[in-house]
Design a protein around this ligand. Structure first.
Ligand SMILES: *Cc1c(COP(=O)(O)O)cnc(C)c1O
Length: 435
C-alpha cells in the first residue's frame, strides 16, 4: 500500500511562507510537529468530524482544537448563534446580557460555585484564580503537580527542582527564579509527598492547583483517594483547592468533573469548550472567595474583550447542544474506538501499548502500562508514536502531533468514521510496530 506524501505541496509551501512571518511558522509550539517530526499540515476548512487541508485532503479530526470542540467542527446551531451575535456588533466594551446568560448556565451546571468571571484564555483563568487565592488567604505560595499544565503564565511555568517539595525551577527561559520562587511542585498522584509538604509548609500555601484528570501528560487518572487527600490537605492547611477544568469541564460531563471524585473545589477554572471554539477562559468560585475580585474587592483583574458577545453566544449555543444524549453517544463511540484500537495494537504486534480512556478523552501510550505521573508518561516510545501518527495522517486521520497530548472524540464522529478509524488504526499499528 502506498500513500501520497503528507503533507501535500500546499502545506509545505504554506509552512515555508509562514516561517517568514511567524515564529517557527506557528502561533503555538505544539502545532509545529516538533513532537513527531515532519511538516505541519495547514488546514482550510472544518466541518463535523472532518478537517480539510490546503491540498484538499480530508482528515478525521481527533484533536478537536485540543478539546474545544465536543460537537465537531462548525455545528450549525453554534455557527448560527455566532452569525447572529456578530451582526449585532463584535464587542461593546460594556456589559451585555450575553455574559450573565452564559454565566447562569455555568452556575447551574456547577452547583458548588456562585460567581463567574470571564477572561480570554485558560491561561488567564488559572493565573487569575491563583491571584484570587493569594488575595483571599493572604498567603504567597501555590502548589502545582508535575505534568499538570495550567497555561503559560510565568508563575505556573514551573517544574520540580531537585529534592522533594523544594521551590520550583522555571520551565521556560525568560521566567526569573524569583517569579517561580513561590511555586512548589509535587509529583501527581503522590499522597506521601503531599502530606510531607503540608506538614512542612502548609501555612504558606494559598492554593493547590490540579487537573482532576490530567490531560497534558497523556491521560493520567487520579489514583483512588488522591483528590480526596488533596482536599483534606487544603482543609487542614487553609489553602484553597483550584480545580483546573479547562479540558475536563463540560468534556467528561455537563459541568465540572471533580465532584465525581468526591471533592469540592473552592475555585474552578474553565476554557476550551465553554467558548464553543472561540477564545475564552473563566474562573468561578464560592461567593465569599470571588468577592475579593474587583470591582467588589481588592484583587485586580480586567479585560478589554472579556465577556465578548460573540464568544458568549458561541459558548451558550454549545452548552445548550450538550444534552445528556450527546454525552451518552460520546461515551459509546469513544468506548468503541478504545476497544478497536486496543485490539488492533495487540493483533498488529505493535509492541507495548496502553490506552487510557475516560469519556471522550483518550491517552494513547506506547509503553507497557498506563502512566501514573509525569515520570512514567515521559517513558513513552516517541519513535513508535511518531510512526503511528504519520501512518494515520497518510490514511486521513489527524491525531495530536505529540505523544504527551490527549486525543479527543467528538459527537460528530459517527459509525462511518468509526469504521474508517478502525481500519486505519489496524494498518497504522502495523507500521508503528515494524522495526
Ligand atoms: C489548555 C489548558 C490551559 C490553558 O488554556 P489556554 O486557553 O490555552 O490558555 C490551562 N489548563 C489546562 C488544564 C489546559 O488544558
Amino acid at each position: 500500500m502506498s500513500f501520497p506524501p503528507t503533507p501535500g505541496i500546499g502545506s509545505r509551501r504554506a509552512f515555508a511562507r509562514a516561517n517568514r512571518s511567524l515564529v517557527g511558522g506557528v502561533d503555538s509550539p505544539v502545532r509545529s510537529f516538533g513532537g513527531v517530526g515532519g511538516t505541519p499540515v495547514f488546514f482550510r476548512r472544518g466541518r463535523g468530524p472532518y478537517l480539510w487541508d490546503v491540498d484538499g485532503r480530508r482528515y478525521i479530526d481527533l484533536v478537536g482544537s485540543w478539546g474545544a470542540l465536543p460537537l465537531g467542527h462548525a455545528p450549525p446551531a453554534v455557527v448560527r448563534a455566532v452569525r447572529s451575535a456578530a451582526g449585532r456588533g463584535l464587542t461593546y466594551g460594556a456589559p451585555s446580557p450575553s455574559e450573565h446568560e452564559l454565566a447562569e448556565r455555568i452556575l447551574r451546571a456547577i452547583p458548588t460555585v456562585d460567581r463567574v468571571r470571564f477572561v480570554n484564555s485558560g491561561t488567564e483563568a488559572v493565573m487569575s484564580a491563583v491571584r484570587v487565592a493569594r488575595g483571599f488567604t493572604g498567603r504567597p505560595r501555590v502548589v502545582k503537580f508535575e505534568g499538570g499544565y495550567h497555561g503559560h503564565s510565568d508563575g505556573l511555568l514551573a517544574r520540580a527542582g531537585s529534592g522533594l517539595a523544594t521551590a520550583a525551577l522555571a520551565d521556560s527561559a525568560g521566567v526569573p527564579p524569583s517569579v517561580v520562587g513561590d511555586t512548589l511542585v509535587l509529583p501527581y498522584n503522590d499522597r506521601e509527598a503531599l502530606a510531607r509538604l503540608a506538614e512542612a509548609r502548609g501555612e504558606e500555601i494559598a492554593a493547590f492547583v490540579v487537573e482532576p484528570v490530567a490531560g497534558n501528560m497523556n491521560v493520567v487518572l487520579p489514583r483512588p483517594g488522591f483528590l480526596r487527600a488533596l482536599e483534606r490537605t487544603c482543609r487542614s492547611t487553609g489553602a484553597l483547592l483550584i480545580a483546573d477544568e479547562v479540558i475536563t469541564g463540560f468534556r467528561l460531563r455537563y459541568g465540572a468533573v471533580h465532584p465525581d471524585f468526591g471533592v469540592r473545589a473552592d475555585l474552578v477554572t474553565l476554557g476550551k469548550i465553554i467558548g464553543g471554539g472561540l477564545p475564552i477562559g473563566a474562573y468561578a468560585g464560592r461567593k465569599d472567595v470571588m468577592e475579593v475580585v474587583a470591582p467588589r474587592g481588592p484583587v485586580y483583574q480586567a479585560g478589554t474583550l472579556s465577556g465578548n458577545p460573540v464568544v458568549m453566544a458561541a459558548g451558550a449555543a454549545t452548552l445548550d447542544a450538550l444534552t445528556p444524549a450527546v454525552y451518552r453517544e460520546l461515551e459509546r463511540r469513544s468506548a468503541r474506538l478504545e476497544a478497536s484500537w486496543t485490539r488492533a495494537a495487540r493483533d498488529a504486534g505493535a509492541g507495548p501499548f496502553a490506552l487510557t480512556r475516560i469519556g471522550s478523552m483518550l491517552g494513547l501510550f506506547f509503553g507497557a502500562s498506563p502512566p501514573r505521573d509525569l515520570e512514567e508518561a515521559l517513558r513513552v516510545d516517541r519513535a513508535r508514536y511518531a510512526r503511528f501518527f504519520h501512518a494515520l495522517l497518510a490514511r486521513g486521520v489527524y491525531l495530536p502531533p505529540s505523544p504527551l497530548e490527549t486525543a479527543f472524540v467528538s459527537a460528530a464522529i459517527g459509525a462511518t468514521e468509526l469504521g474508517r478509524l478502525e481500519r486505519a488504526g489496524r494498518e497504522s499499528f502495523t507500521v508503528a510496530g515494524a522495526p
